[in-house]
Write a new protein. Structure first.
Length: 135
């Protein structure tokens, strides 16, 4: 889609806010542009704009196009915002959609540890999904 290409160009030019605006247009498109939405989530996460990540994920859920990948981003953002019970619930929903996904399991362990519900020793560093990763 042209939105994702144009946004990538703007991002490469360090015109991040323009890239965000272009990708947000994809959320308002009919039908919703899932490629623009996924690029927007990645961009907002990279910039640690976690409240916006949650908002975008909720829009995707309301549109009925949320995936395990979307739920992982939402749960990770909730974790960063210290919304731990919400993060755990979101991540468990992601895991139900993709039971073997190690990144989801690792983040659930981190959330549980922060909630005092698990062993905090040797927890892996959480890595976010990217284009080549989970969808």
């Amino acid at each position: 889609e042209h939105r994702t290409l144009l946004a990538a160009i703007r991002r490469g030019q360090e015109r991040t806010e323009e890239a965000v605006a272009i990708l947000r247009e994809g959320l308002d498109a009919v039908p919703l542009d899932p490629a623009a939405a996924s690029d927007l989530l990645e961009l907002l996460d990279d910039q640690e704009r976690y409240t916006e990540v949650v908002e975008v994920c909720e829009r995707l859920e309301q549109a009925g196009v949320a995936s395990s990948w979307t739920l992982f981003y939402k749960g990770a953002a909730e974790f960063e915002l210290d919304r731990l019970p919400a993060a755990k619930a979101t991540l468990l929903a992601a895991l139900a959609l993709r039971p073997g996904e190690r990144a989801i399991k690792d983040l659930i362990d981190r959330v549980a540890a922060r909630l005092g519900q698990g062993d905090t020793t040797a927890l892996p560093i959480c890595s976010r999904p990217r284009k080549s990763g989970m969808r």
